[in-house]
Design a binder for this molecule. Structure first.
Ligand SMILES: *Cc1c(COP(=O)(O)O)cnc(C)c1O
Length: 378
């Protein structure tokens, strides 16, 4: 059993996908074809924002937003150490400094209580200028934007939502992608809304920011193609990938409902055995991952091995929190700097999760967990 089953999804949309891709071959506008604009307008509607700008990946979406705000050397960007490397990578790539903030032990997302402490610490030292809060909606669950927003307002910081895993989720009815001053998402195949290659998008209500994003996406172009006003990127989404996403967007809500049912089933079967993920009132997860917490690292690895023996894939997101990754050595973080992120990284395990899991498959995963833990308890 795989973590994700894209072939099962393909079987449900094959006819439409093939028709749309053939359409692209016919009109031949492989770069910035009409599907791009059609997709962007559908994404705007879905997320509930004024502007959606598609681009070549989730990583570039983050980069585009930070770059459009002019983030660079001397700037502090506050973020979580418990995320995929891209979140912090883009900050360093622009010459700015990631300032990590520990996570909440239930949501696994950036803890607003600790955020304020870090901001005041950075202000007191006086070397870096606090600029952006880059919060991640981990595993599909939106971060605590109510509290993040009040801190951002207090210290005059921008919020960039890393919604690479959370497309389709919501907080108090507001969709992921609409939480911050700008948001980034990813269309990497395994994300809740994935294409058949790399892709991403930036969302914002800010007209001025949108203009700059649009320019940076295509080589910093000005009034026309051959008028260049800033250093940009080549960060367009391929028309073919836009065609794929136009096929997948209409089935997304149905798929999210299925993911929700599957998550509930898992949680019901695993009650009292391992700690299932918690989803607080007002939050709706897009269940990019369904991740359980074991008692300790030994137990986690045992469960992983037992599932593997039965042919069931699992994944550990994330085994090493970013502050302990060699690539960020220059930031001089140490072990125990973020005890919660470090503890969770030793105990977390993500189980197979996709809309097309059957109840028998969920049962077989749950049973192995049950049996294994019963044995270790004796
Ligand atoms: C996947 C992911 C990204 C990067 O997206 P790509 O499309 O692979 O570049 C960024 N942040 C998080 C949290 C992710 O999960």
């Amino acid at each position: 059993m795989q973590m994700n089953d894209l072939l099962k999804q393909y079987n449900t949309i094959q006819e439409d996908v093939e028709k749309r891709i053939a359409g692209v071959f016919q009109h031949g506008k492989f770069i910035m074809g009409p599907e791009i604009e059609e997709l962007e307008s559908q994404l705007e509607q879905y997320v509930g924002v004024k502007h959606a700008l598609t681009c070549s990946s989730g990583t570039d979406a983050l980069l585009l937003a930070l770059r459009a705000w002019g983030i660079g050397p001397g700037d502090a960007v506050f973020t979580t150490p418990f995320t995929f490397v891209a979140t912090a990578e883009v900050i360093v790539r622009l010459g700015a400094t990631p300032v990590f903030v520990d996570i909440d032990r239930h949501s696994f997302n950036l803890d607003p209580m600790k955020l304020e402490k870090e901001i005041t610490r950075v202000l007191k030292i006086g070397v870096l200028k606090p600029k952006v809060i880059l919060s991640v909606d981990l595993f599909g669950l939106p971060a605590d934007y109510e509290n993040i927003k009040s801190i951002a307002d207090q210290y005059n910081l921008k919020i960039l939502e890393d919604g690479a895993q959370s497309f389709g989720s919501s907080l108090n009815g507001k969709k992921a992608g609409s939480m911050g001053d700008a948001a980034a998402t990813s269309f990497f195949p395994a994300k809740p809304l994935g294409c058949y290659g790399d892709g991403g998008a930036v969302f914002t209500d800010d007209d001025e920011l949108y203009k700059i994003l649009k320019s940076i996406r295509i080589h910093g172009q000005g009034e026309d193609k051959y008028n260049n006003v800033r250093i940009g990127l080549n960060s367009r989404l391929d028309t073919i990938q836009a065609a794929v996403l136009l096929s997948k967007l209409p089935i997304l809500n149905q798929e999210l409902d299925l993911r929700n049912c599957i998550a509930s089933l898992y949680s019901k079967k695993l009650q009292g055995v391992v700690r299932p993920p918690s989803v607080e009132e007002g939050y709706k997860s897009s269940w990019a991952q369904y991740s359980i917490l074991s008692q300790n690292e030994k137990e986690r690895d045992l469960l992983k091995n037992k599932l593997a023996e039965a042919g069931i894939s699992t994944a550990i997101y994330y085994k090493t929190p970013l502050h302990l990754q060699p690539v960020f050595n220059h930031l001089s973080y140490r072990e125990n700097d973020f005890p919660i992120a470090e503890d969770i990284s030793k105990r977390i395990l993500s189980l197979p999760m996709h809309p097309y899991l059957t109840e028998e498959e969920i049962d077989s995963v749950a049973n192995i967990l049950l049996v294994t833990l019963k044995h270790t308890a004796n």
